[in-house]
Design a protein around this ligand. Structure first.
Ligand code: COA
Length: 260
């Protein structure tokens, strides 16, 4: 897991991923996106990982957007390919990851940076974080799913306001509109994410994967979410974890889940 632009390590079944381009406010260049795509595949596949904590290096930025210098001379075809590949390989992959991914927003989350946080399952922000989708100030619109995910999370009115003004909002405003789950002091950011991940890693992994799939289905127009829930619910009954969970309850002990 040696990468050039991200730091990654596994500790206590949590995969810690830090976007590490502090001098460019962790802007997402092509290599960083490719490394994120790779590490998310690892997270989905590895039995050693029960959750992911994603943050940015330093205390100034989570991610200040896609790397503007890389697409300054693109035409429409290249622009469309950039958005399509990025969405599929990174943003959709995070949203569909079978392990919960928490964004610990440690500073600016702008453009592709906010879109990255939106693709995560849970968002926690430090008090000084600022969030926004400023693409229209560059003559662009969000291309990594921002128009879709922001609208689903905060509703159409707030999404249109943020996207068409390009204004940043504070962490507290973000909490008020449901964009982040919690706002905490900078020094407590990682600890808050770890608290949540620590609970998650004690639960049944296959049930968590099924729950993510079912919840994601509620926001998809391609599938019937209720039907997905019924199927995923049914699948749980054939897992060892279900037997262990019920046995532990009846025997008044803590369950020990194997993810099988
Ligand atoms: N792409 C490429 N480089 C970026 C970047 C981005 N999205 N965001 C910041 N950087 C770079 C700056 O160019 C600068 O590099 P340099 O030192 O080589 O000149 C470095 O990161 C520091 O940024 P700087 O702008 O000097 O910091 P600041 O404190 O004055 O401003 C921001 C911080 C976040 C307000 C400002 O960097 C900004 O507006 N960034 C772009 C945000 C954006 O539009 N994102 C959407 C992209 S689609």
């Amino acid at each position: 897991m040696e990468y050039a632009h991200i730091l990654s390590r596994i500790q206590d079944q949590i995969l810690y991923v830090t976007i590490n381009r502090e001098h460019k406010l962790n802007a997402l260049n092509k290599e960083t996106l490719a490394e994120l795509a790779d590490v998310i595949v690892l997270a989905s596949k590895s039995d050693q990982i029960r959750g992911v904590l994603l943050t940015g290096a330093g205390d100034k930025a989570f991610v200040a957007g896609a790397d503007i210098s890389e697409f300054s001379d693109y035409d429409s075809v290249e622009g469309e390919a950039l958005a399509r590949n990025g969405q599929k390989m990174v943003f959709d992959a995070i949203e569909n990851c079978s392990k919960p991914v928490i964004a610990a927003i440690n500073g600016f989350a702008l453009g592709g940076g906010l879109e990255l946080a939106l693709a995560c399952h849970i968002r926690i922000a430090s008090e000084h974080a600022k969030m926004g989708l400023p693409e229209v100030t560059l003559g662009l619109i969000p291309g990594y799913g921002g128009t879709q995910r922001l609208t689903k999370i905060v509703g159409k009115g707030k999404a249109i306001e943020m996207i068409t003004t390009g204004d940043m909002i504070t962490a507290f405003q973000a909490e008020k509109i449901g964009l982040v789950n919690y706002v905490v002091a900078a020094a407590e950011l990682i600890q808050k994410a770890e608290e949540i991940l620590d609970k998650i890693r004690q639960r049944a992994p296959l049930a968590i994967a099924g729950a993510i799939k079912a919840v994601n289905s509620s926001l998809s127009s391609d599938v019937n979410g209720f039907e997905v829930e019924i199927e995923e619910f049914g699948k749980c009954f054939s897992t060892s974890d279900f037997k262990e969970g019920v046995a532990a309850f009846l025997e008044k002990r803590k369950p020990s889940f194997s993810g099988k």
